[in-house]
Design a protein around this ligand. Structure first.
Ligand SMILES: [Zn+2]
Ligand SMILES: [Zn+2]
Length: 250
């Protein structure tokens, strides 16, 4: 009988190997360098975002396409919706939404960086729906003043490389997940939350120069540094990354 059980186990292991699965005995082990446990907070991402961890970095792969309607999809696309937002000065930009191959690598154990690197133009983080987060500038140190008028009804727009992105509160996310929800992560691995906390709507003056503060969140009961989105500039990030940033390719 014992021999029989061993044979069955052997067969199971071999099937696992054939299908490319790991044959580690302890699937909860966190010692593997290629298959570490992804923290539960990342379950808040849309299933379209493929997430893994090597223990040092969380890797998030996304096509960057929003999971909501936009006036920047082709009019023949079922995801197209004419602008119905609240900005009377809305003016569509000439760009359209393209499919990207984002690979974000963010620290699994984010840590403060004393040099606080400035955020670059282009992706500085990823929202829970896989859309890129951009900083508060339209170009090198150029304010968003004019860009704001091309934000669609969900507060995003595509750039000339067809990358759809948010510079400000992603309205589809805060409408569906609440104003205090996890919005995403910046490249330094620190989370971004909506504008509301403990029933209070935060403004930039409530936050530090990087646009965050340290405290308990729903996902981090022991407390963590986190950014907040506010309605006033600089909206998501202030004077650079709080922590050591990871990387992004597309
Ligand atoms: Zn933009
Ligand atoms: Zn907070």
């Amino acid at each position: 009988m014992k021999t029989r059980i061993v044979q069955l186990l052997t067969i199971t292991v071999c099937v696992g190997m054939l299908s490319g699965m790991s044959c580690k005995k302890d699937t909860n082990s966190n010692t593997s360098t290629t298959n570490a446990i992804v923290p539960d907070v990342f379950k808040k991402f849309a299933t379209a975002v493929v997430i893994s961890s090597d223990g040092s970095f969380i890797t998030l792969k996304s096509n960057g396409v929003p999971d909501h309607k936009s006036c920047y999809f082709a009019t023949t696309d079922s995801r197209y919706e004419a602008y119905n937002g609240s900005n009377p000065a809305f003016s569509k930009n000439p760009n359209s939404i393209g499919t990207k191959s984002f690979v974000f690598k963010i620290p699994a154990n984010p840590a403060v960086d004393a040099t606080h690197q400035p955020t670059p133009l282009g992706p500085i983080g990823i929202a829970v729906n896989g859309v890129a987060i951009y900083n508060q500038y339209a170009g090198p140190n150029q304010p968003l003043t004019n860009e704001i008028n091309s934000f669609d009804q969900n507060n995003g727009h595509p750039d000339p490389t067809a990358t759809y992105h948010y510079h400000v509160e992603p309205l589809y996310i805060t409408l569906n997940k609440t104003k205090s929800a996890l919005i995403g992560f910046l490249l330094d691995g620190f989370p971004v939350y909506g504008p509301s906390e403990n029933g209070k709507t935060l403004v930039s003056a409530d936050l530090d120069t990087y646009h965050g503060h340290t405290g308990v969140t729903a996902d981090y009961p022991n407390g963590i540094y986190h950014y907040h989105i506010t309605a006033d500039a600089p909206y998501i990030n202030g004077a650079g990354f709080y922590g050591t940033k990871g990387s992004v390719t597309q």
